[in-house]
Write a protein that binds this ligand. Structure first.
Ligand code: AHR
Length: 483
């Protein structure tokens, strides 16, 4: 049996883990909002129309932030359509659907309050203007006494919502985006919009659109140019990525390595601009769309909330998701926010029907990290087997660890089909090990209605002897050891 070794030294701290690394994303896309988190008339919904089974599962996932209303949707959305009475039904051009505007700003912010999640609102820089964006900030954050803040009060919420996080558009580098721009034009528009929004509320945290993936030829040059134009006005740079299996499961399971490359290259670009500007300001990363997604979609025929991007995930998908989360912990000194895309039904860990909710395989790693990854992330020393996969040398294990006070966790993904023994030692051993949770099975296992094949199981913690323990780890698995 293969053997790997990890050494945990609580003095080797990377940084405090931002709780906003456990964020998500809810777009007016398919059944994410309508029939997902908002389902008025359903016996499973409360008086406001919020699905209570979804809210409960969102809490189990440990979601601390939700980005809204898109995505591509944001680039054609006018926030005034979604507040008050007499809301228009509109053609929604990003996803070829009809938008009834029954759910808008006030509903979303009320939902976030119930979910215990911080909102991030994405302004429209596709068909919208800086003035419209500043008006939305006024609607949400100013005390009554002006046009838009009075409108909010008239809608039943006199107290300002104080929405802190705002996105300056969505994927503006993508030719598919409504109002797509070149990097310099976007950088100037983002800068102007940020200044107007900050004039209304100086407390805002603003996110600049970075590259929407690694495929476009503008990858990284987009980030550099947009950052140069808006450096003084923004707080974070976003990055996006979706992965899927392309007929080579081994390569798919190695994709954590490619994600690390993307993160480091994007970070190097931020640091390059910072050095060039001789700036002492820290701009951090906001990975505000990440997930596994086949990328497939069949354009609907202008229905309201058609079922779109409804994937059924495998164990392999869950193990890729777990590597993403490991990566976030290992680089929590660079990352302030991360949002898995999306929350319900569309490329989501939660799937609803009128009469119930299904937890997909990807639910389990997200919930494990969302519940347990707290405090400071730790740098590990590790050694173990690796294997060759095309041009990549792939370590069999992918790790992260964290500690808060005396409590800590080690997360370990075994990418290989081979079981292994893990020897874990501490320089300053804990008093006891409190638990072991594992997710394992066959790579192709999926959760279906009435047949959940993949879920986290609780196992007895191994014995701790002389500051070390041994764990038997199945092939293709995620383990979380707690002390
Ligand atoms: O999450 C689905 C879509 O993927 C989002 O709307 C867009 O931002 C990205 O391309």
């Amino acid at each position: 049996m293969d053997c790997a070794r990890v050494e945990i030294d609580a003095r080797r701290r990377i940084a405090e883990i931002s709780p906003l690394l456990f964020g998500s994303f809810a777009e007016h896309l398919g059944r994410c909002i309508y029939g997902g988190l908002y389902d008025p008339g359903s016996p499973l919904a409360d008086a406001a129309g919020f699905r209570l089974d979804v809210l409960e599962a969102v809490k189990e996932l440990g979601v601390r932030m939700v980005r809204y209303p898109g995505g591509n949707f944001a680039s054609g959305y006018h926030w005034r359509d979604g507040v008050g009475r007499n809301r228009p039904r509109r053609l929604e051009l990003a996803w070829r659907s009809t938008e009834p505007n029954l759910f808008g700003t006030d509903e979303f912010l009320a939902w976030c309050e119930q979910a215990g999640a911080e909102p991030m609102l994405v302004v429209n820089l596709g068909s919208g203007t800086p003035e419209e964006a500043a008006g939305w900030v006024e609607y949400c954050n100013r005390p009554p006494g002006t046009q838009w803040s009075d409108l909010r009060a008239a809608h039943g919420h006199p107290a300002p919502y104080r929405v802190r996080w705002w996105g300056l558009g969505n994927e503006m580098d993508g030719p598919w985006q409504i109002g797509h721009l070149d990097a310099a034009s976007y950088g100037r528009l983002a800068d102007e919009t940020a200044r107007r929004m900050r004039a209304v509320d100086p407390e805002l945290k603003l996110v600049l659109c970075g590259s929407s993936g690694t495929e476009l030829s503008s990858y990284l040059s987009w980030d550099r140019v947009a950052l140069e134009a808006s450096w003084d006005s923004i707080d974070c740079l976003s990055l996006h990525r979706y992965l899927h299996e392309e007929g080579d499961p081994e390569r798919y399971l190695a994709s954590g390595l490619l994600l690390e490359e993307q993160l480091l290259a994007t970070w190097a670009t931020v640091e390059h601009v910072r050095a060039q500007k001789r700036s002492s300001k820290r701009v951090r990363l906001c990975w505000d769309e990440w997930n596994v997604w086949s990328g497939q979609w069949t354009p609907p025929n202008w229905e309201v909330a058609p079922p779109l991007l409804e994937e059924n995930y495998t164990l392999a998908d869950a193990l890729v998701v777990a590597q993403w989360l490991n990566l976030f912990l290992r680089h929590c000194d660079k990352l302030e926010v991360a949002c898995f895309a999306q929350l319900v039904n569309a490329i989501a860990p939660l799937h609803t029907r009128r009469d119930g909710l299904l937890k997909q395989t990807t639910f389990y790693p997200i919930a494990l990290f969302g519940q347990l990854a707290k405090g400071e992330a730790l740098e590990l020393w590790a050694e173990g087997p690796s294997y060759r996969c095309g041009d990549l040398e792939v370590p069999q294990f992918d790790f992260s660890a964290c500690q808060s006070g005396e409590r800590g966790q080690l997360f370990a993904v075994n990418r290989s089909d081979q079981p292994a023994e893990l020897e874990i030692s501490w320089t300053d051993p804990p008093r006891s090990l409190s638990g072991l949770q594992q997710l394992s099975g066959h790579l192709e296992d999926r959760n279906l209605w009435g047949a959940e094949a993949v879920r986290t199981v609780q196992l007895p913690a191994p014995a701790l002897e002389a500051g070390r323990c041994r764990l038997q780890v199945p092939g293709h698995s995620l383990s979380c050891l707690s002390w």
